[in-house]
Design a protein around this ligand. Structure first.
Ligand code: FES
Length: 677
């Protein structure tokens, strides 16, 4: 992608070909935690740190403490008069700081769009926002939730100080500490914010709480405190440190006001300067709003770097992330019959580029072109008759020689698996992305693996077995197969057992009659009945912890999960993956109404085609990239904001999309639709 660097702007940046403003230099951390130390850069940073914005906030603190609130003496008992003074003062501060930035940048537009990261202005027609207006929505959450909760923390803490219930420190007795605490507070804030922020990105909390803040993909000053009340409670809890660490009420107020007021310049959506010296804007945090799984913290303590999720905004790094998620072309180098219904396909990067090694259990997402339900590989990409269909297939080996091996069972009425079995040949080129997936084997000492696979569920389990370490701990493999001729990868599993005698295999043939434990392989035990949890419990040694890995049809994994949890009276972790083919249920096939789907970020509007199963495949066929993982409504990776319109689901998804969002892998448009994609 070419950048239009000729369109350089005065604040040290440029617009890329999508119109996004980027700083000229990548985002970097403060030169504190660097080795060898960089003294000159550190001193320049320190002067900036002390004498610009922090000094400004300290000024507000002194003004507030000495002139805009009653003396501590009066706060010994709760009373409406002083509590209301704090509330009014805080509300006024918010309107001055947040409103001031908004007035300057968004109403008076003093900077035009110079240094504005996102070229668009804030949304006034987005159904994700209250009253369809991003600014009104942001102002509401700030004034109705942030200010009262912030004030409540101040009221209780000042009341505690006034009654001598908090550890206290003043300038007269500890002058050095008194000054040092002011300097350390922004560091403490950053540290606290990082871990609170990681916590609210935990999916259950994200879906219920933090989603609200992330509606602001294109943030403005008022977005800074536009959060769910639970997030406000967590965010302002940073001040509770003063309940345990000796400090002065001025320290507390500095911490409190710093927390409440700094999100405004941090979310301006701009980078620029006020006058000659005062810089503002945070591209670091903007990247979090835009790219999501990066830059949780701020740019002083390199926590994101230490956790390996720092994004510096340089085009190379952004594109590297995008490339990791992009489809690449792979040549089919070999096709092998593994059993009457399973074939393995070996895939090598078509341009001979290196591939990322898969973790045991991961899958590839395959994107296949079809025309009139016939596989249509090796055709010009621009052929408009081509429709793409995507499926996840487990990698059944650990990648070697620059190749992945996927193994595919031919399903009854399975469009993709049938086409692959019948028509995909050596030398054909297809598209794939990955490896991806969190169903990954991680050996744990003292918790041997118990691997349970039904039918084609053996594919991820096989790659896991290849990484079981040779130790004196036994691992247990339970295979459920209908009949002997359908047993897939027998030779490979036997070889694994020979190389690693700790792997114990138990095979269950549900449709065969015969003697119990009749040999298929002298190293294995065979049973001629269905695999059930009771048998597993009988076979496993007592009083041990295990790590369970299950892969099979949905009903089986769910019932095994329920029954196996407390195996042998010890609670053991269970990891599972389903492979049940999707039962389509509803779709739009019978509707004649013409529906338009607008992909807002990509700037494309396309008429919906009833031949597609879901919006994800429809988008990919039209050249619009969307994130995806499981592809059947279980992981949430494809979750996308609905700006306008309605969707309906083909089936009941395992996770419920958050308000205002949809899971494009499992739904279709019910009316004209605008998606934030
Ligand atoms: S891709 Fe997993 S929910 Fe859509």
């Amino acid at each position: 992608m070419e950048n239009s660097r000729t369109n350089s702007e005065s604040v040290g940046g440029y617009r890329d070909s999508r119109g996004e403003w980027r700083p000229e230099n990548p985002v970097s951390y403060a030169p504190i935690f660097v080795f060898p130390p960089k003294l000159k850069q550190f001193l320049i940073w320190l002067v900036n740190y002390l004498f610009t914005w922090n000094l400004f906030y300290l000024g507000i603190v002194l003004l507030s403490y000495y002139y805009l609130q009653p003396p501590l003496e009066q706060m010994k008992t709760f009373s409406f008069s002083w509590i209301s003074i704090l509330l009014i003062r805080n509300m006024a501060l918010v309107w001055i700081i947040y409103g001031g930035w908004h007035l300057y940048l968004y109403i008076l537009k003093k900077k035009g769009n110079k240094g504005k990261y996102n070229p668009r202005w804030q949304s006034t027609d987005g159904s994700t926002f209250l009253w369809n207006n991003q600014v009104y929505d942001n102002v509401f959450w700030t004034c109705a939730s942030a200010v009262p909760i912030w004030t409540a923390y101040e009221v209780f803490t000042f009341w505690l100080y006034a009654n001598g219930k908090l550890p206290y420190l003043d300038f007269q007795t500890h002058p050095v500490w008194f000054v040092l605490i002011f300097l350390l507070i922004p560091f403490w804030r950053e540290f606290h914010f990082y871990f609170i922020h990681r916590l609210i990105h935990w999916k259950p909390l994200y879906d219920k709480v933090h989603y609200l803040h992330h509606y602001n993909i294109n943030p403005g000053p008022w977005s800074g405190l536009a959060m769910h009340p639970v997030e406000h409670l967590l965010y302002f809890s940073v001040v509770l440190i003063h309940w345990v660490v000796p400090s002065h009420p001025l320290h507390f107020l500095f911490n409190s006001q710093h927390t409440a007021l700094t999100p405004a310049p941090g979310h301006t959506g701009f980078e620029g300067k006020l006058g000659k010296f005062l810089s503002f804007g945070s591209y670091f945090h903007y990247l979090h709003h835009r790219l999501f799984e990066c830059n949780y913290g701020e740019s002083t303590i390199p926590l994101d770097k230490w956790f390996g999720i720092f994004e510096d905004g340089s085009q190379t790094q952004t594109e590297r992330l995008a490339a990791a998620n992009a489809f690449r072309k792979f040549t089919v180098t070999k096709v092998v019959d593994e059993s009457p219904e399973v074939k393995s396909f070996y895939l090598k990067c078509a341009d001979h580029a290196a591939i990322k090694a898969n973790e045991p259990g991961q899958h590839l997402t395959i994107k296949l072109p079809f025309h009139k339900n016939k596989l249509w590989v090796n055709q010009p990409e621009t052929d408009v008759r081509v429709k793409y269909t995507m499926r996840n297939y487990s990698i059944s080996d650990i990648s070697k020689n620059g190749e992945y091996r996927i193994s595919v069972k031919k399903e009854n009425k399975g469009l993709v698996s049938s086409a692959m079995h019948d028509s995909l040949r050596e030398g054909d080129v297809i598209e794939a992305r990955g490896p991806k997936g969190s169903f990954v084997f991680k050996p744990k000492k003292g918790k041997p693996g118990v691997f349970i696979a039904a039918g084609i569920g053996i594919t991820p389990i096989l790659s896991m077995l290849k990484t079981v370490p040779v130790t004196n701990e036994d691992s247990f493999v339970f295979l459920a197969v209908k009949e002997r001729k359908l047993l897939t990868f027998k030779d490979e599993i036997v070889q694994l057992c020979q190389a690693n005698p700790g792997i114990k295999v138990f095979v269950f043939f549900s449709r065969e009659k015969g003697d119990e434990k009749q040999d298929v392989c002298p190293l294995w035990e065979c049973y001629h009945r269905r695999l059930d949890v009771e048998t597993i419990k009988e076979i496993l040694p007592t009083n041990r912890h295990f790590n369970f890995y299950l892969c099979g049809p949905h009903e089986m994994t769910q019932s095994f999960m329920r029954e196996i949890t407390n195996c042998k009276g010890r609670r053991s972790p269970i990891h599972f993956e389903n492979f049940t083919p999707i039962q389509l249920g509803k779709n739009r096939a019978n509707s004649n109404t013409i529906v338009q789907v607008n992909f807002k970020k990509s700037g494309k509007t396309v008429e919906w085609d009833n031949e597609y199963r879901n919006i994800l495949e429809f988008a990919e066929s039209n050249g619009i990239r969307m994130e995806a993982g499981c592809m059947f409504g279980e992981c949430g990776a494809c979750s996308t904001n609905i700006v306008e319109g309605k969707v309906d689901y083909n089936y009941k998804t395992a996770i419920k999309p958050a308000n205002g969002k949809c899971l494009p892998c499992s739904c279709f448009p019910e009316s004209d639709l605008v998606l934030d994609a």
